[in-house]
Design a protein around this ligand. Structure first.
Ligand SMILES: Cc1ncc(COP(=O)(O)O)c(C=O)c1O
Length: 362
């Protein structure tokens, strides 16, 4: 049997938010009352959680769909948006499908400080390419790095000055793994046009419900125009389903407790990984991870990432992802999902260590 340490589908990790089936069975969902921004009762409940007005919110079927809407809203074909590298391999496709260029900006790693955006280069590229938006994944997947306060100041300033928008993807925001308070939302950022994305996929581990949200903020005139235009895009799709929207008010109160229990599991898994790989003088390193669902293990480059991942699968029965899937600069990185059940995680990580040690001793 393969020990799957690449599993990031929460519905296969024994994670179950409470009260889902009951919440989906409301009679209101038998009636069709389309609203381009999403049903008001759902937006009111969200507004209470996010401390914002329902008018600042749009509902969509997923954050992936929300990206598509935003690229349509902000870009003409051929325009550029900036996306993080290493990063989740989704944005090239989402941008490409809208005829938009996804230009990578680099995150560099310094141990033990962690990941930082190469801001000078990012801002130069943004200005040269006349980028329409900067995608900030807060925290980024798979680097687990939140946008730092100093990075935020410079990016917001540049966006305001160059007329760029921020698309802040905060699906992992509450899943902090370190206690240094770096997790500050972009929701409500008012100095430039800002779209903050989140949804049920990660907040309650319910990707199958297909419900996500965008919060709009920014200078008044820009915001009014963007809201009006986004309403036309959303009205063309009307894609959020009534059962999920009607369920939202009864699902949201469980979110904080649910996040806390998953955070505990992830902390346990991270401690197990560090315990297995980071003894004094170890040739391995678990990279600093401030939040999110993914750990990154750095290994000696005895083989390409692909060969390492294939060897682990074939000879140790452990499935992990090679770093190149997330466009790491070079070989030597494997990514591991922190949401898998701890027993499976420990056994898989121990088998990995055994196999990798074997390669090093050859
Ligand atoms: C950073 C990030 N944003 C968005 C998504 C997609 O989420 P959704 O299910 O809401 O489309 C993922 C998927 O894992 C992700 O890693």
């Amino acid at each position: 049997m393969v020990l799957n340490l690449a599993e990031s589908n929460p519905t296969r990790c024994g994670l179950q938010a409470p009260g889902v089936l009951e919440a989906l069975a409301l009679p209101e969902s038998l009636v069709y009352t389309p609203d381009p921004r999403g049903l008001i009762r759902a937006r009111k409940a969200l507004g209470e959680r996010l401390l914002c007005k329902p008018e600042e919110l749009f509902l969509a079927a997923s954050t992936s769909e929300a990206y598509g809407w935003l690229f349509k809203l902000l870009c003409d074909p051929g325009d550029a948006v900036l996306v993080p590298k290493p990063g989740y391999p989704l944005f090239d496709y989402l941008a490409g499908l809208e005829g938009v260029r996804a230009l990578p900006y680099a995150l560099d790693y310094r141990h033990p400080r962690g990941w930082a955006i190469d801001i000078d280069r990012l801002l130069l590229d943004a200005a040269r390419e006349k980028a329409k938006a900067i995608v900030l994944i807060n925290p980024n997947n798979p680097t687990g790095s939140y946008i730092r306060a100093d990075e935020r100041v410079r990016i917001v300033e540049a966006c305001a000055c160059l007329g760029m928008a921020i698309i802040a993807d905060e699906v992992f925001l509450p899943y902090a793994l370190e206690d240094d308070g770096a997790q500050r939302s972009f929701g409500g950022e008012s100095a430039c046009l800002c779209f903050t994305l989140d949804g049920l996929s990660k907040l309650l581990c319910l990707p199958q419900l297909k419900l996500a949200w965008l919060r709009l903020s920014g200078p008044e005139a820009l915001l009014a125009e963007a809201s009006a235009r986004l309403e036309i895009i959303a009205d063309a799709y009307l894609s959020a389903g009534a059962p999920a929207m009607n369920a939202l008010p009864s699902l949201l109160p469980a979110a904080d407790g649910f996040v806390l229990s998953l955070q505990k599991r992830m902390q346990e898994n991270m401690a197990a990984l560090r315990g297995l790989f980071e003894e004094e003088g170890s040739p391995y390193r678990v990279l600093r991870c401030e939040g999110g669902w993914t750990a990154v293990l750095e290994c000696p480059r005895v083989d390409s990432d692909e060969e390492l991942a294939l060897g682990l699968l074939l000879h140790a029965g452990v499935l992990v992802h090679p770093g190149y899937l997330f466009e790491f600069e070079r070989d030597g990185y494997l990514t591991i999902s922190l949401i898998v059940p701890p027993e499976q995680f420990r056994r898989g990580a121990a088998a990995m260590r055994g196999y990798l040690d074997g390669l090093l001793s050859l």
